[in-house]
Design a protein around this ligand. Structure first.
Ligand SMILES: O=C(O)[C@@H](CO)OP(=O)(O)O
Ligand SMILES: [Mn+2]
Ligand SMILES: [Mn+2]
Length: 559
């Protein structure tokens, strides 16, 4: 779009009025799947969401929330919060981190870029440290990308490499960490055969070590810092496979929550602390769970925990994780340039916006929604409210989470008359779904449904409009299935609990007393997906969407 013909002013919608308060509700991890005992949404009492479904096909429809519809490399990729909320907020499909890194690795351009050149300067004297999530989940990172990075770094002069692994069990089945570590060990031994001093230096489970987000619990990052930088951890092993196996069986922790460990040599000395002159790459492409460690590695002024020793390093992220903070300042691959998001347009067109969730999802309806940017577009028109999440627990212990509190804030914001858009994320289906606890996930789904009801009741009172949707599936399917859709049994004949997201479509429902009576879902939108929601929401506010946005899901017929 040429700068001369660009305007932030949105055209008026020819038929839809302005001034109706609009509630935008995102149920995290709430897909649509066949009804059976592993579909927690089906098992749970969810009268509100059930009643919305009765509006199909005019007021309720399914849209794609995974794969290429949200900018992921292939349709085998499950959806996730980052790409889901990016698409919901931006109204267009951007090639996402996973894809951009694939492309940069395939062409080799990654090794010619500014970020790589920067870290490469340390290769002569220093060690290259790679920190990130070890799995093929494709949500935050991918093993094959790590493998290409290891090979490329070696070919480009890295002589000493230390990998600091974070075990997954959240985007992949629990227990698969052992196999991933074995694969990595094998790769590293091949590098050693070529004369490169490469090994695993530390590890821990992603939810307990390093990968916290939105500053929910800095202790998580500190545990990682101690192991990765200081070489200190409560558990010491000489071998990473043994570490993971032993910690799983002795501490009963699952992959997500493995305690931190360091790998030591014969004299009990950590093999890979990070020291002056080293290079560090965090190899996750996804932003939210890398921002905190990036701050710890990059910021001179830092008071979130005592870093004890702050090595002088060259640090690069796989991507730049925060476009507003420009964090980190060096990165191997440029992030997607998600600009002109619907949030920015609407605020610039006078839409007073309220956004709320609890900490673990707060950035989803702010940071991700706004194209990976923290902060307000216009403080005078926006209010973002974060409700503190419980920390230090797994959410199956408190599956209702803060759904009620989020709904109360949304209700109050709607009733206050101070806002045109009230946007929330309800985390329950996703956060509890990830624990693999089916009973708790049923409780979680019921709580989310009750929260939706409270918000819709408020919309009813003020004569407003609602749009209820989800960012990807999770709670609707809690078991690994074979190709014919039946639960897949393991060697012992037991079902395998699915802790990850799914490939399922998600619902979009519209309604409320303020909705023009002629509005209905179109049936001529080719493969509708999450990116079609932004134009739809703009219409509900009485505007036409920009021409390059994915088409709206609605039309207005004369009645
Ligand atoms: O917890 C997370 O980081 C991901 C799963 O890896 O979930 P979501 O995309 O829903 O945030
Ligand atoms: Mn999500
Ligand atoms: Mn999730």
């Amino acid at each position: 779009m040429g700068s001369s013909d660009f305007s932030w002013t949105l055209p008026d919608h020819p038929k839809l009025p302005k001034g109706k308060p609009v509630a935008v509700v995102v149920l995290d991890g709430w897909g649509e799947a066949d009804a059976d005992q592993y579909n927690c949404i089906h098992v749970a009492e969810t009268p509100t969401m059930d009643s919305l479904k009765k509006g199909a096909p005019e007021k309720w429809k399914l849209v794609k929330a995974h794969g290429t519809a949200v900018g992921l490399p292939s349709d085998d990729d499950m959806g996730n919060s980052e790409v889901g909320h990016n698409a919901l907020g931006a109204g267009r499909i951007f090639a996402q981190g996973a894809k951009l890194v694939d492309t940069a690795l395939a062409s080799g351009k990654i090794f010619e870029g500014e970020g790589f050149k920067y870290i490469k300067e340390s290769f002569d004297q220093g060690t290259l440290h790679l920190i990130g999530l070890l799995s093929d989940g494709g949500v935050h990172s991918r093993l094959d990308q790590l493998q290409l990075l290891l090979n490329g770094a070696s070919a480009n002069g890295a002589k000493k490499i230390r990998v600091h692994i974070l075990t997954d069990g959240r985007d992949v089945l629990d227990g698969t960490s052992v196999g991933f570590v074995e694969t990595l060990e094998n790769d590293l031994s091949q590098l050693r055969a070529k004369g490169i001093d490469a090994c695993i230096a530390s590890g821990g489970g992603r939810m307990y070590v390093t990968m916290d987000r939105y500053e929910n619990d800095w202790d998580v990052v500190k545990r990682g810092w101690d192991a990765q930088v200081l070489g200190e951890a409560p558990h010491k092993f000489q071998n990473a496979v043994e570490a993971v196996k032993t910690l799983r069986s002795e501490t009963k922790a699952n992959d997500q929550y493995l305690p931190p460990f360091v790998i030591v040599d014969d004299s009990d000395k950590a093999v890979g602390p990070i020291v002056d002159g080293d290079a560090v790459v965090t190899f996750n492409f996804r932003a939210d769970r890398m921002v905190m460690i990036a701050k710890a590695l990059e910021y001179e002024d830092f008071d979130k925990f005592d870093r004890v020793r702050v090595p002088k390093i060259r640090y690069a992220g796989m991507l730049q994780y925060d476009g507003e903070l420009k964090l980190p300042s060096h990165y191997l691959v440029s992030p997607p340039e998600i600009e002109r998001t619907s949030g920015e347009y609407l605020v610039k067109n006078g839409i007073r916006t309220f956004a709320c969730s609890e900490t673990v999802k707060f950035g989803h309806v702010t940071f991700f929604w706004n194209g990976n940017r923290s902060g307000y577009f216009d403080e005078t028109k926006e209010e973002y409210v974060e409700i503190p999440s419980d920390s230090g627990i797994t959410f199956n212990v408190k599956p209702k989470m803060k759904a009620l509190e989020i709904a109360e804030k949304a209700r109050d914001a709607i009733l206050s008359g101070k806002f045109d858009q009230v946007r929330v994320n309800l985390p329950n289906g996703d956060m509890v779904g990830h624990t693999g606890d089916i009973e708790a996930t049923v409780v979680a789904c019921k709580a989310a449904d009750e929260a939706v009801k409270m918000i819709l009741d408020a919309i009813e009172q003020v004569g407003g409009i609602y749009l209820v949707t989800a960012d990807h599936g999770n709670a609707e399917d809690m078991v690994k299935r074979n190709k014919s859709g039946q639960p897949q049994l393991d060697k012992k004949g037991e079902i395998q609990i699915l802790t990850s997201h799914t490939l399922q479509p998600v619902p979009v429902a519209i309604g409320g007393p303020g909705l023009h009576s002629g509005v209905r879902f179109r049936n001529d939108v080719q493969t509708p997906g999450l990116a079609n929601v932004a134009a739809t929401v703009m219409n509900l506010h009485g505007f036409e969407a920009p021409a390059d946005y994915e088409p709206t899901l609605i039309e207005v017929v004369d009645k």
